[in-house]
Each structure stands twice: as C-alpha cells, then as structure tokens.
Design a protein around this ligand. Structure first.
Ligand code: NI
Length: 339
C-alpha cells in the first residue's frame, strides 16, 4: 500500500512536473515568435518590406508539415542588475524613443498614428492614474505593439516619499497596466529621473522593474515649442540613445513627424527598450574597468561608452513643471552613470 502510494505520487509528480515544464516553454516560444515580427518591423525603415517578409514567412509555415527549426535564436532580454539605463552600446544606429506621462486621449492617439505610419515601435512610460482614467488609450498603445513601462501612479519624487508610499505607487501602477494589457511592466522611468541605488535594488527585487532614464532631453515640457523640441533632439541624438519626450503635449506630438523623418533620413533605426537591451553589447569587463585600479591597465580600452554626459539626465523629466523646483536641486549630485 505504502510503496504503491509513493509510486503513484512520483508518477503524478512527474506528470505534473512535465506539464509545468513543457507549458511555459511553449508559451515562451510563442511569445518570442510573436515578438519577432514586431521587432523586425519596429527596426525596419520599410514597413511594406517587413509585411512582405511576414507574408512569405506565413506561406512557408503553412507548407511545412513538421514544425521547422527556429531560424534564429530569439533575442534574450536580460536587463542588467543594479543599473540605470540611459543609453545602449549597440551596433548600428538604433535608438529608443520614449514617451512619458500619458496615456492622454487628446494627444496619444495622434502620436500612435505618426509612429504607425513610419513602422516605429516606441516605449510609453505611463502614469497609473492616467491608465485608470483612459484604459482604452493604453489598450491602443499595447495593441499597436509598443512597449509599456511604469512611471508611477501620481508622479512623486520616489526618493522623497516613504518606502510604503513607493510600493503603493509602483504596485498599483503595475496592477493597472496588467488589468488592461495582461502584462506587467518590466521597466520603470522614475519621475524626474530621481533614483538612488538602495531604492532601485528594492524596486528591482520586489517589482521586477529595471530603471530606465534617458540620454536625450529636449525639455519639451518647458518650451512647448515644436521647433525647439526638434532642434534639441537632433542636436543631442547619438546611436544607442534613449530619447525622452512626453506624449501629453500637442507641441511634442506636432514635432514628431519631422523629427522622426529626419532621424530616418540620417539612418537611425528604432526599437523598444527591450529591443535595445537585447542588442546591448556592454561587456562585463566594463564593470571591472569601473572598479578601483587593480594594476591591469589593459582594461583601459574597454572604458565605458558614455554618449551623453550626465547634465541632461540631472534635470527633472519635467512632467510637472509646477512642482517644487527646489526638490530637484536638493537631490544628491548625480555623477555620470552612477545611477
Ligand atoms: Ni514624468
């Protein structure tokens, strides 16, 4: 009786184990395939070409009797730990356009049309309270294949509120995004770019959110001038840059067709934060090179690439220009790449 029970138990456990093991693999393989064409299209300058490729792919798939081996290993998105992304070390002129503080029914759909027309995928860092008010706009963003990140619920400076308040801001926002899209965000753009290492670690571990700031800041919230937004982005952009903008301002949205067309003309290609993390080539030796001198000068050539100095990142992201400017000034000085 007893041995039989044990055997049954093992059989059941094995079966359950196999089911558990296989099921996520299938799910993840499907997710990867779903991501594949979107990524291809997002980094393509020719959406029609991408569609044609997709059609061929479908035809080939329909003819195949047995599942064909995957053509290429899928991009693996494993964000660096204890790190704030501002730019990426990538081959090619890839950049990530990011839009904060929405979704806004007055301006976001117009931006979505501009992006769609050009086959560009971007990342939207949304506010939980805006998601609660305009879930249908968030759904539009998600349905068009853009990436969605968290920008907190109500845009406080996270370094100046209690940990319990931070947890409420981030937990509620992730939940609100999940309710609409079925996916929890992987990235956090902290309001004003304000973060400190201990808080960042807690947020990574508890909410699975990697901190993402920016290298290009057109100060679009301050100027509300399409020409200035255009000029600032074009002057600051470099390959691998994360570009900060706000989809809640009509002047920013109005600047985008010209900005994006000129970037395309200069050979820039676009991806989501996940696309660029998957392409990021930052070798681990760069971390070693950042350590105190170990008497191995051969690391010098691997010096970390910093396309932009910290000056741009040290400014508040400005979604709430009315909020105390002194708060930003009271922040500890943010040395380049420290957080
Ligand atoms: Ni903001």
């Amino acid at each position: 009786m007893k041995p039989l029970l044990i055997v049954s138990g093992i059989l059941v456990a094995s079966a359950v184990g196999a089911g558990v093991a296989i099921s996520p693999m299938l799910t993840s393989a499907k997710a990867v395939r779903d991501d594949g064409p979107a990524t291809t299209q997002s980094i393509s300058q020719n959406p029609q070409g991408a569609q044609a490729k997709g059609a061929q792919g479908n035809a080939a798939h329909a003819e195949a009797v047995a599942p064909a081996p995957a053509p290429a290993p899928p991009p693996v998105v494993t964000p660096r730990k204890n790190y704030t992304y501002k730019s990426f070390n990538v081959d090619g002129n890839y950049i990530a356009m990011t839009f904060d503080d929405g979704p806004n029914p007055e301006t976001t759909p117009q931006l979505l049309a501009i992006l769609k027309e050009r086959g560009i995928k971007a990342t939207f860092f949304v506010l939980g309270n805006m998601v609660a008010k305009h879930p249908e706009v968030l759904k539009m963003i998600a349905d068009e294949g853009h990436e969605i990140g968290s920008h907190s619920w109500s845009h406080p400076q996270l370094t100046r509120i209690s940990q319990a308040a931070v947890e409420k801001e981030l937990g509620n926002t992730s939940e609100a995004i999940f309710q609409v899209t079925g996916k929890r965000p992987m990235y956090l753009r902290p309001p004003y770019g304000s973060m400190k290492p201990s808080l960042r670690t807690m947020i990574e571990e508890k909410y699975g959110l990697t901190t993402v700031n920016w290298a290009v800041d057109p100060n679009d919230w301050k100027f509300r001038d399409s020409q200035k937004v255009h000029d600032a982005i074009m002057a600051q952009v470099t390959p691998g840059a994360i570009v900060l903008a706000h989809d809640i301002y009509p002047t920013t949205v109005a600047a985008m067709p010209r900005v994006l067309d000129e970037l395309i003309a200069k050979g820039y290609k676009f991806g989501t934060i996940s696309d660029l993390i998957a392409m990021d080539k930052t070798p681990k030796v760069q971390l070693l090179a950042a350590l105190p001198n170990t008497g191995k000068p051969q690391q010098a050539q691997q010096k970390p690439q910093k396309p932009k100095p910290a000056t741009a990142s040290a400014k508040p992201d400005g979604a709430k220009p009315a909020s105390k400017p002194a708060a930003g000034a009271a922040q500890p000085p943010r040395a380049g790449g420290v957080y």
